[in-house]
Design a protein around this ligand. Structure first.
Ligand code: FEO
Length: 404
């Protein structure tokens, strides 16, 4: 008996993806609620498969397809994105169904060749403005370079008003529910925000321009079908709006304070800084690096106006966990931040200066030259820590124009 069944989305379109309940690390991003790899089957005259799944889930996808049609009936495969969570089983799928055509973007064709080293390259290239003929339907192609990879494109099915958006508008969330309105919106917001922060934040200017283009094209969208997480059918405007505001990174009176500590001195300074932020009406979140995953920190930074970083000095350097986190956040290029560095040291105290350089490299506006103390902070240093928090808080409030 085939365990896995397709899920009907419309009369002619089925979800035939896979649910990865067990994944907890997606190339470094902590996926505490698993993920899905969505593939879609269109029962057009020329039966079409949109994307495939991660390699270990090939059998699951094939079972779901088989619950609707004989997989050998698939004539067209469209690969919207070449990352291996969507193409890991592409070679096997091509071998199993023997499609007439396999389409990808120009960069997708190159990426797939570099992944699979085809003997006989099966990919036909499609570009923005091209249409793929499915017989009684068509797919319109829109390239979305760097969202999430240079090869990315989305496929629009006008006859069904469906946009297949690959990574766009997705989230890592395993669930038996397939539609957004079957899940709590608060859960979707948390997971979509984390996904945006960790996957899309560096490309926010491109997201703004994509959303502008989609608005100009005035596509009618009844279903928004990403490659991860639920299919959007009720909250489409909501998720488009969320992406718009995350891409813009509007200032808001929130601050993230991250730190690591050796003997609790930097921790005590961090707690005093949070107190100072609160005194100015800023909502602060204190994230000890021993207990906070960097991908959760990124999600908080996405909706913060300040990043305040504490590190002890160890062997003349920033503490390793702080360096790792700053390296990760720097790559995500969060904009519109003020910030400061602080920390305790024993001998030489380089960490604060080094952190100032890293924050400036991220274009963070420093509200202080940095605060450091030798060994254990005394009352005066703790007061200075509160003052640092208050200085940051006042600057945040100036930028944000008051409370949320
Ligand atoms: Fe879901 Fe960029 O891959």
């Amino acid at each position: 008996m085939d365990v896995f069944k397709a899920v009907k989305l419309t009369e002619n379109v089925y979800w035939v993806g896979a649910i990865d309940w067990a994944i907890r690390d997606f190339h470094g991003y902590s996926t505490g609620k698993g993920s899905t790899y969505n593939a879609y089957l269109i029962l057009s005259e020329k039966v079409t498969l949109i994307d495939t799944v991660k390699a270990p889930f090939f059998e699951e996808m094939m079972m779901r397809i088989s619950s609707v049609i004989d997989p050998s009936g698939i004539e067209i495969i469209v690969s919207n994105h070449s990352e291996l969570d969507h193409t890991g089983s592409l070679r096997q799928t091509i071998a199993a169904v023997k499609p007439d055509k396999v389409y990808a973007s120009p960069m997708g064709s190159k990426a797939l060749a570099a992944h699979f080293h085809w003997e006989d390259d099966p990919i036909e290239v499609v570009k923005t403005g091209d249409s793929i003929n499915l017989g009684n339907m068509r797919i319109e192609i829109i390239e979305t370079r760097m969202l999430h990879w240079p090869d990315s494109m989305v496929s629009y099915l006008p006859e069904e008003k469906i946009l297949f958006s690959q990574d766009g508008f997705g989230m890592h969330l395993a669930s038996t529910e397939r539609f957004d309105d079957e899940l709590p919106l608060s859960l979707l917001e948390v997971e979509a925000r984390k996904y945006y922060a960790n996957i899309l934040m560096p490309f926010s200017p491109l997201v703004t321009s994509l959303l502008g283009n989609l608005a100009k094209m005035a596509l009618e969208i009844d279903l928004l079908c990403p490659d991860h997480g639920p299919v959007w059918r009720t909250n489409i405007d909501w998720i488009l709006g969320k992406w718009g505001s995350w891409a813009e990174k509007k200032p808001c009176p929130r601050a993230v304070v991250i730190y690591d500590t050796m003997w609790n001195s930097t921790r005590r300074m961090a707690e005093a800084i949070i107190e100072g932020l609160a005194q100015e009406g800023v909502s602060g979140i204190l994230m000890p690096l021993r207990a906070s995953h960097i991908s959760d920190i990124a999600a908080e930074v996405l909706e913060a106006s300040a990043l305040i970083v504490g590190s002890p000095t160890i062997n003349g350097r920033i503490f390793p966990s702080v360096a790792e986190c700053m390296n990760y956040l720097g790559g995500l290029k969060p904009g519109n931040l003020v910030g400061a560095a602080f920390g305790s040291y024993g001998w030489s105290g380089e960490a604060v200066k080094e952190l100032n350089g890293l924050l400036e490299g991220m274009k963070v506006e420093l509200v202080s030259e940095g605060l450091r103390t030798v060994y254990v902070p005394d009352e005066q240093v703790l007061e200075e820590s509160v003052d640092l928090g208050r200085s940051a808080g006042r600057r945040i409030m100036e930028i944000c124009g008051g409370k949320e």
